[in-house]
Structures are given as structure tokens and as C-alpha cells.
Design a protein. Structure first.
Ligand code: F6P
Length: 364
């Protein structure tokens, strides 16, 4: 490698608080080695159209670690290996245009790509590594569903926001003696629901890992009522599903398709509880509030550590790896050990056991 390295950096998939902190650390650590950094706009799109590449210096990134979102923009649609393209006849075809990215990367004489993303974006990063691009992955997702790292940045912020929302729902639910069902994000993993539900003293937590029986949920609410607790908060992960039933998607699209989002199970659960318990019941979806605003101190620090570690790993030429938190250290692990699998909540984890021990119902 040449002495003065040229590093490219992009952010892909849904945004997560902490993305800017990674960018800040990468740029500062590179600058302190006399390297250059170029920001690729909107995931991989900036490498398809090379006008969407911006030089990044300390001036642009200093103190952006406290700001949510990503200064580079992001997308969960621009996979260069499977790009929908409208042909001359007006039909949409899926084409592999990844060679354009590789050609542009080489033409710009870039030395390495730091790809910040969740499973989808890291999968794309690994495919580019196989095509010869030196890549380092940085794991991000509020869902915390990526393996190889104890935690991803963005998760702590999302849990804090969800816990704060649950805390606020207690007073209104108690005043009206209502059941309030709150649906949180997480896709096929229940981490956000589990952590915020326990911290927010929910009556019931429903997660994808534990199929639920709505009658058991209702029994638990009514058993609490007999003890004098005349209201309840039920936290439902968007991927939770009744035993024997399927996950619910927004708009009823086919679950599992890339363009189909999960959502609606909170409303379903609320309707069932109202019907079966006759209690006044409301539901709300926290949605993208969980991804907005400043990262917590934990996420900021983790993201800064990930960014700086990415630069050290480039120095060691350990390409094709991802930075990962393995307390107390941040280390490099091979990307192919991470992609293609989801990190679910282990049912025997002490957090699940804690919830059960303190009387929280999982509907099982
Ligand atoms: O993966 C992060 C996430 O926020 C999921 O929890 C959620 O299902 C999805 O992204 C929402 O995606 P979009 O930003 O496309 O609405």
C-alpha cells in the first residue's frame, strides 16, 4: 500500500444514532496518520455516480459525534448486486451493476472502503471484498441483531427512547385504568422490546423468539388487576407473532421480502386484549422515533471506538473483517462469520430469566 492512504467511507441501510461518531473517528484517526478520507454519499450510490463523493477533513466532522443521522446520507434500496433498472420497454429488471462500483473504486485509486451498516450492507461489503475491494465493516443497527459483536451502536439509544416512552405511558395508563400496547422496532429479534420492557416495568413483553398465546397475556393482565394493578403496559416487538400464526407486515405484504416492513402486531394485540378483557385499551407504534436524535453516551463512545479501531485494522491490513465489541476490547473478526445470520435473544439468557423472575409475562 502507498504511504498516504485514501480511505472511502459509506453508511448503508436504516440510519442509527452513532453513524456520525464513526465517521468522525475514522476521519480524525486517518488525518492523524496523514491519510485522506472520502465520503461516499447514500450507501453505494455515490460509487455508481462518482460526483457523489466528498473529501472529508477534520473541519467537516469535528464534534458531529453528538448528532443523529448520517452526514453521508443512507439508503436501504441501493444494492449494486441487485439493482432494479427500468428497461427500454418500461419493465423493471434486476441487474448486477457491481462492476461499476469496482471500476470507480479503482479509477479513484482508493485503498480501502470502511462500510458502516447492518446485515444487508455488510453482506454487500463482503461481496465487494470478494471482488477485490479491501473492506472493513463497522456494525450498526438499532435492532442489535448482528452476530460477532456483543452489541451494535444505535441499540442503546433506541432502548433509552423506548424506555422513556414506556415511562410516560405509565402515568396516562394508570390515570385511565387502561391497557396500553406499545409496538417497538427490532425486525426478527426482540432485543429492543426486551430491554425497554424490563427497564420500563411492562406487564407483558412479546418478542419474536417466544410465540405468544393471547389468552395467557389477558390472564396475566387480569391476575394483576386482582392484585390491585388496574392498568398495564404491554410492549410488543414488531416481529412478535402468536403461536401458530405468522408475523404481521405493513400493508399485508409478504413477510421476508426486502421491501416489506413488519408492523401492525401492536394493534392486533390491543384489539384482542380489548375484546377478551373488556378493558379500555389503546395502542401506539413508536416507529422511527427510536432512530432519531442524539446517540446516548454509550453509543457515542462505542461508535467512536469502532471508527478508530477500523483505522487501526486497516493499518494491520486485516481486510474483509468487521470491528466487534468483545469486552473489554474492540477486535477484528472475519466478515463471513457475521453475515447471513441473525443474533436472536437466547431464551435462557439472564435478561429473559430476570423478566420472568420479576413477574413479567411473555405470553407463553
Ligand atoms: O433495521 C432497523 C429498522 O429500524 C427496523 O427495526 C425496522 O423494521 C426497519 O429498519 C424500518 O425500516 P425503514 O427505515 O425502511 O422504515
Amino acid at each position: 500500500m502507498s504511504e498516504r492512504l485514501k480511505i472511502a467511507i459509506n453508511t448503508g441501510g436504516g440510519d442509527a444514532p452513532g453513524l456520525n461518531a464513526v465517521i468522525e473517528a475514522v476521519v480524525m484517526a486517518a488525518y492523524n496518520r496523514n491519510w485522506e478520507v472520502f465520503g461516499i454519499k447514500n450507501g453505494y450510490s455515490g460509487l455508481l455516480d462518482t460526483e457523489d463523493i466528498v473529501p472529508l477533513s477534520p473541519k467537516q466532522v469535528r464534534r458531529i459525534s453528538s448528532i443523529g443521522g448520517t452526514i453521508l446520507g443512507t439508503t436501504n434500496k441501493g444494492n449494486p448486486f441487485e439493482m432494479p433498472i427500468t428497461n427500454a420497454a418500461g419493465d423493471v429488471e434486476i441487474r448486477d451493476i457491481s462492476d461499476r462500483v469496482v471500476d470507480n473504486f479503482k479509477r479513484l485509486r482508493l485503498d480501502c472502503l470502511v462500510a458502516i451498516g447492518g446485515d444487508g450492507s455488510l453482506d454487500i461489503a463482503y461481496k465487494f471484498f470478494q471482488k477485490g475491494i479491501p473492506v472493513i465493516g463497522v456494525p450498526k443497527t438499532i435492532d442489535n441483531d448482528l452476530g460477532g459483536t456483543v452489541i451494535t451502536f444505535g441499540f442503546d439509544t433506541a432502548v433509552s427512547i423506548a424506555t422513556d416512552a414506556i415511562d410516560r405511558l405509565h402515568s396516562t395508563a394508570r390515570s385511565h385504568e387502561r391497557v396500553i400496547v406499545v409496538e417497538v422496532m427490532g425486525r426478527h429479534a426482540g432485543w429492543i422490546a426486551l430491554h425497554s420492557g424490563i427497564s420500563g416495568a411492562a406487564n407483558t413483553i412479546l418478542i419474536p423468539e417466544i410465540p405468544f398465546d393471547i389468552d395467557k397475556v389477558c390472564d396475566h393482565i387480569m391476575a394483576d388487576e386482582l392484585q390491585g394493578e388496574r392498568y398495564a403496559i404491554v410492549v410488543v416487538a414488531e416481529g412478535a407473532a402468536p403461536a401458530g400464526g405468522g408475523q404481521i407486515s405493513q400493508g399485508g405484504g409478504e413477510v421476508g421480502r426486502q421491501d416489506v416492513l413488519l408492523g401492525g402486531v401492536g394493534q392486533y394485540v390491543a384489539e384482542e386484549i380489548a375484546k377478551k378483557t373488556k378493558k379500555d385499551t389503546r395502542s401506539l407504534v413508536l416507529g422511527h422515533l427510536q432512530r432519531g436524535g442524539s446517540p446516548t453516551t454509550f453509543d457515542r463512545l462505542l461508535a467512536l471506538r469502532f471508527g478508530a479501531a477500523a483505522i487501526r485494522i486497516i493499518e494491520e491490513e486485516k481486510f474483509g473483517s468487521m470491528v466487534a465489541l468483545d469486552p473489554p476490547i474492540v477486535k477484528a473478526i472475519p466478515l463471513d462469520q457475521v453475515i447471513g445470520s441473525i443474533k436472536n435473544v437466547p431464551l435462557d439468557s439472564d435478561i429473559v430469566l430476570t423478566a420472568r423472575d420479576i413477574g413479567i409475562c411473555f405470553g407463553d
